[in-house]
Every structure is written in structure tokens, then in C-alpha cells.
Design a binder for this molecule. Structure first.
Ligand SMILES: [Zn+2]
Ligand SMILES: [Zn+2]
Length: 172
């Protein structure tokens, strides 16, 4: 067995909760409450002040119990890699950047904005996107191979994700 391809370090499974105020997916702190986060852009919610009269610029769901705890799906886990700075040498971070950030002018996507949840669905999505662009699902037209390096990156990421799920089961 060769483990040479696994040089990249990966993020742990994310612990995310649904904010009861803004409906966004926010990290859960160690104490079980949601991490502080800003008010959603374009929010018309009334400005809330703290007990000293200071306007709170954060979402009022900050530091509160999540409305629901969210399963760390493949999409949510991959998404946590989109902000990593080592994307030049980290294939998984590169894949996350390509799927969630795209070109720098497009807005950042979240797991709610992508049409896939699992690694298999992402793989299908790559081929559908290829078909929409070129009329064929084949991603390596020069040699007729259906799959290319990006498919293999999805496969690598899927294996890492499966490993984390197994470790979580063992730790329980
Ligand atoms: Zn919120
Ligand atoms: Zn493929």
C-alpha cells in the first residue's frame, strides 16, 4: 500500500449549528453556543443594543444555542478548506477553493449554495458541468478518459473524509 499521495493535511470534521436568527451555518464553540458572527448583509432586522446601550453589530444569534446541530456532510467538511492558505500544495484545499470560491470576482459560496452534498454527487456534478460546457461528459478529450485529475482529487478527498468519519465512530 502506498500512502505517498496523502501528503496533505486535512481539517477535522466541522461542528456547525444553524443560527436561529440568520439561518446561516455557524461554527459551534466548545461551550455549545454559536461563534460570534456578523449580521447578514442587507438585513432589515432592528438594531439591538446591549445593556450599556451600545449597538450590537453582530448577529443576535451569536453566543446562543444553535437552532439545530448540523451533520458534518462532505460538502460542509470540504467547505472548511476553502479558506486555507496552502491551496497551492494542498489538493483538497485547491478543490475546495475551486468549488466554493471559483474566480475571485464571484461571491463566496457556502455548502447551501452548491447542488451537491456527498463526494459522489460532487463527482457527478463535475461531469454534468463538463457536459454543459462541451456537450460531452468526458473530461480528458485528448485521450478519451472519462475522469481527470479533478475527479481523482474528489476521490482523495472522499477517502480522507471517510477516514475522519471512521475515527469519529471509534472515538465514540
Ligand atoms: Zn446568525
Ligand atoms: Zn470523473
Amino acid at each position: 500500500m502506498s500512502h505517498q499521495m496523502v501528503k496533505t493535511t486535512v481539517n477535522p470534521l466541522p461542528n456547525l449549528g444553524l443560527c436561529p436568527t440568520c439561518d446561516r451555518e455557524i461554527k459551534i464553540r466548545r461551550d455549545g453556543n454559536l461563534q460570534a458572527h456578523g449580521r447578514p448583509r442587507g438585513s432589515d432586522a432592528p438594531i439591538v443594543c446591549d445593556s450599556n446601550g451600545y449597538a450590537l453589530t453582530g448577529c443576535t444569534g451569536s453566543s446562543r444555542q444553535p437552532a439545530a446541530q448540523l451533520e458534518p456532510t462532505f460538502a460542509r467538511w470540504l467547505w472548511t478548506h476553502a479558506a486555507r492558505r496552502d491551496w497551492r500544495d494542498n489538493r483538497i484545499a485547491y478543490l475546495a477553493g475551486a468549488e466554493f470560491r471559483g474566480c475571485t470576482r464571484s461571491p463566496n459560496h457556502t455548502p447551501l449554495d452548491v447542488p451537491w452534498t456527498t463526494a459522489d454527487e460532487l463527482h457527478d456534478h463535475l461531469h454534468k458541468r463538463q457536459a454543459a460546457r462541451t456537450g460531452s461528459e468526458i473530461r480528458q478529450p485528448y485521450n478519451g478518459q472519462r475522469c481527470d485529475w479533478m475527479c481523482r482529487d474528489v476521490e482523495t478527498a472522499a477517502a480522507q473524509y471517510a477516514q475522519l468519519l471512521t475515527e469519529r465512530e471509534v472515538a465514540r
